[in-house]
Design a protein around this ligand. Structure first.
Ligand code: MRU
Length: 361
């Protein structure tokens, strides 16, 4: 697949061939102030970059993990051991980074399945095997971009003329292979002249909206207004929001949606104000093995991300803190789920399954 779309920034890229190539990543912790690129040559470095949120966003984590598998297997081969011998440990290292976004586990399963299917090649010609693994990781990356473009087309059709749209967290090029999920839909709708304003929630406590979404939209010259999360209700009450669109880290069989903390509150507000609440979900984020949202593991992150903004303390030392990084929006609050295969509507247990079955691979 040859995918030509490129934003000004890609969160992750493989540079070079399988033998000496590197994984390049922009450090999302430092944006928008500094644009720092890291290059990784080992699997543990990639795992740590996911854990530390140098790279974040469900599809981007999946792509990074796929490249991490290539780096891990490459090291095994270059150290003269059987190509598949470290695979379980490599997959473990990458799995034990962040628990909620299902794309991570989806991409690792896909890489592992390919590796097992090519076991004969792994034994006979480890170099060709490693090159084959790299092709698969690149395919995961390219397909993600193509899927985002399709979601953009399906989702933009739901936007009224001159839409004032509110979004949460960062779901853009930085959170994916490129282009974005919910932000990709906004990009397409904007290119079609349908967007008059994007309200970007700042997204406490990690500020993905303020730091990353505003940075991406400003680069693309999309009209954008930054608001704090607690202002959303006010603008809805005043009739200044036509729709809300968010991404998801895991959408399960019944249509319950795990996404950045604060998403559930937005969906409740939308219900109260009669505003459509859309979710953009590539099918790699749809997890039919989990029946309902209460079975989703919600990542709890450090207290420091709540008590500090950068290095500045905004709460008294020693205060008790909770920090769930995600919440679950019940399916009944979701107007529609936009996938690359089309728009799913309730009952989601049927519509999502049908879309998954139709999906290639
Ligand atoms: O903690 P993060 O920044 O990885 O959370 C990201 C989100 O919640 C996004 O909304 C989600 O990954 C969907 S975006 C493509």
């Amino acid at each position: 697949m040859n995918v030509e779309v490129k934003s000004e920034v890609t969160p992750v890229a493989w540079k070079g061939d399988w033998a000496s190539g590197e994984v390049e990543m922009i450090d999302q912790r430092r944006l928008p102030g500094e644009e720092i690129l890291h290059t990784w040559t080992t699997c543990p470095e990639v795992a740590e970059s996911i854990r530390a949120m140098i790279i974040r966003g469900a599809p981007a984590i999946g792509v990074a993990a796929a490249y991490g598998v290539v780096l891990g297997v490459r090291r095994t081969i270059q150290e003269g051991r059987a190509a598949l011998s470290d695979l379980p440990a490599i997959v473990d290292t990458l799995s034990n980074t962040r628990p909620t976004a299902v794309n991570l586990f989806w991409a690792l399963r896909r890489m592992e399945a390919l590796a097992r299917a090519e076991a004969q090649l792994a034994e006979a010609n480890p170099e060709a095997f490693a090159a084959r693994l790299l092709d698969e990781a690149k395919a995961i990356h390219d397909e993600d971009i193509a899927n985002n473009l399709s979601m953009g087309r399906h989702g933009a059709a739901l936007f009224p003329e001159g839409a004032r749209v509110l979004t949460h967290c960062n779901t853009g090029a930085l959170a994916t292979g490129d282009y974005g999920t919910a932000l990709g839909v906004i990009r397409t709708a904007h290119a079609q002249g349908r967007v008059s304003m994007v309200y970007a929630d700042e997204t406490r406590p990690y500020l993905q909206g303020a730091r990353l979404t505003c940075w991406e939209l400003k680069k693309d010259q999309v009209p954008t207004t930054l608001i704090t999360d607690s202002m959303a209700a006010h603008f809805m009450q005043r009739g200044e929001v036509d729709l809300v669109i968010v991404g998801t880290d895991r959408t399960v069989a019944n249509g319950d949606v795990a996404n950045k903390i604060g998403t559930y509150g937005l969906a409740v507000l939308c219900k109260h104000h009669g505003i459509p609440f859309y979710v953009a979900a590539p099918l790699s984020t749809v997890d039919l093995d989990t029946p309902t949202g209460d079975a989703i593991t919600i990542e709890e992150r450090s207290a420091r991300e709540v008590t500090h903004v950068g290095s500045y303390a905004i709460a008294p030392e020693g205060i008790e803190v909770r920090h769930p990084a995600f919440d679950v929006t019940p399916a009944e609050l979701v107007t529609a789920i936009i996938t690359e295969g089309g728009v799913a509507r309730a009952p989601y247990s049927e519509s999502l399954r049908a879309l998954k079955i139709q999906a290639p691979g």
